[in-house]
Design a protein around this ligand. Structure first.
Ligand code: UDP
Length: 332
């Protein structure tokens, strides 16, 4: 049995490939390398460069690897702000990409998919922590594109019996503790890597987008989870489907929220740097608070996140940042 990882050269995909290989699973990776990095992919995985929307290419991947039993799908665009400006790019790449993928999976008879969904499918929650059964009302095209993907998988399951697990991640931060793989986006838009760029002196100052939200210190509150723990959740989700269980969704978070100001303070503690910051206008599409109720993943999948301390998460990201100040460019 082997696993096909789509988007396996991306931030979370590459950590999952790494874990699969460590566990001795035969792993095939597809990535367009539009946002991913070849250097992030374990050399022990079989790698194909291509786009999942290219059906002939995907047919070839499945044909050449008849042992593929399940797909883990990370191949999507994921920037809220960009999606507000370019919604069609998100519906095309993410949502239409899913339709192509499910059609090819149906043709070749691969019936299990674990999918990277997002807390952005919930929009502005009526209450926190957010449960999987809470209403999904996205407030940005990124969240909407992923909600549509969840719904498409549901109807594909009803019609064609393709079983899915949608993993709704909250915020992801950190790197492999040995510093060998980590987060590298270009341009970088995420809070923690930007904070660390300022700490390292490669960016002048942090802009905190809005301090007038309905939260204790006025800055957005987010729930951070480490990619190592996310990787484990994906592997457990494949096992869950292999045991014949029904399609479902799980939230993946730590169930603890940190405000943007608290992240800045924790990063100052870890890095021992001043990290200059200023308050800037709100960014479009940001809900006040996003905190996961993730008991369902713990109870049903047996998920036990190891990184439950934000300082430890930041330490791993800082190690990656110090050893790769220019990201994977250092390795190419
Ligand atoms: N943020 C910020 N300054 C930045 C980047 C992000 O204040 O330079 C805020 C952003 O508005 C949000 C939080 O940090 O409140 C997390 O944003 P990020 O882009 O890291 O993740 P998202 O929540 O969009 O997935």
């Amino acid at each position: 049995m082997s696993i096909l990882v789509l988007g396996g050269a991306g931030y979370i995909g590459s950590h999952t490939v790494d874990r699969l290989i460590e566990q001795g699973t035969e792993t095939i990776v597809v990535d367009s390398l539009v946002t991913g990095h070849k250097a992030a992919v374990s050399k022990q995985a079989k790698f194909y460069q291509g786009d999942i929307a290219d059906r002939d290419f995907m047919r070839k991947v499945f044909k050449e690897n008849p042992s593929i039993d399940a797909v883990i799908h990370f191949a999507a665009f994921s920037l809220v702000a960009e999606s507000m400006k370019k919604p069609l790019k998100y519906f095309d790449n993410n949502t239409a990409g899913m339709i192509n993928l499910l059609e090819v999976m149906t043709e070749v008879g691969v019936k299990k998919i674990v999918f990277s969904s997002t807390a952005a499918t919930y929009g502005i929650p009526d209450k926190t922590p957010i449960k999987e059964t809470d209403p999904q009302k996205p407030i940005n095209p990124y969240g909407e594109s992923k909600l549509a993907m969840e719904k498409i998988m549901h109807w594909s399951d009803v019609a064609d019996g393709i079983k899915f697990v949608a993993l709704r991640y909250f915020n992801v931060a950190g790197a492999k503790p040995d510093g060998s793989i980590g987060e590298d986006h270009n341009p970088e838009t995420h809070l923690l890597p930007i904070v660390l760029q300022v700490a390292a002196g490669t960016r002048e100052k942090l802009q905190i987008f809005g301090d007038d939200y309905n939260t204790p210190d006025g800055t957005n509150v987010r729930d951070y989870v480490h990619p190592f723990d996310l990787a484990d959740a994906h592997i457990l989700a494949v096992k869950y489907l292999s045991e014949g269980n029904d399609s479902t969704a799980f939230n993946l978070g730590s169930s603890t929220g940190f405000s943007n100001m608290e992240i800045l303070k924790a990063a100052r503690d870890v890095t021992k740097k001043a990290i200059p910051a200023e308050v800037a206008p709100r960014r479009g599409g940001d809900p006040d608070t996003l905190i996961a109720a993730s008991d369902k993943a713990r109870d049903i999948l047996g998920w036990k996140p190891e990184f439950d301390d934000i300082h430890k998460i930041i330490e791993t990201a800082w190690k990656w940042h110090l050893t790769h100040p220019n990201g994977y460019a250092d390795r190419n």
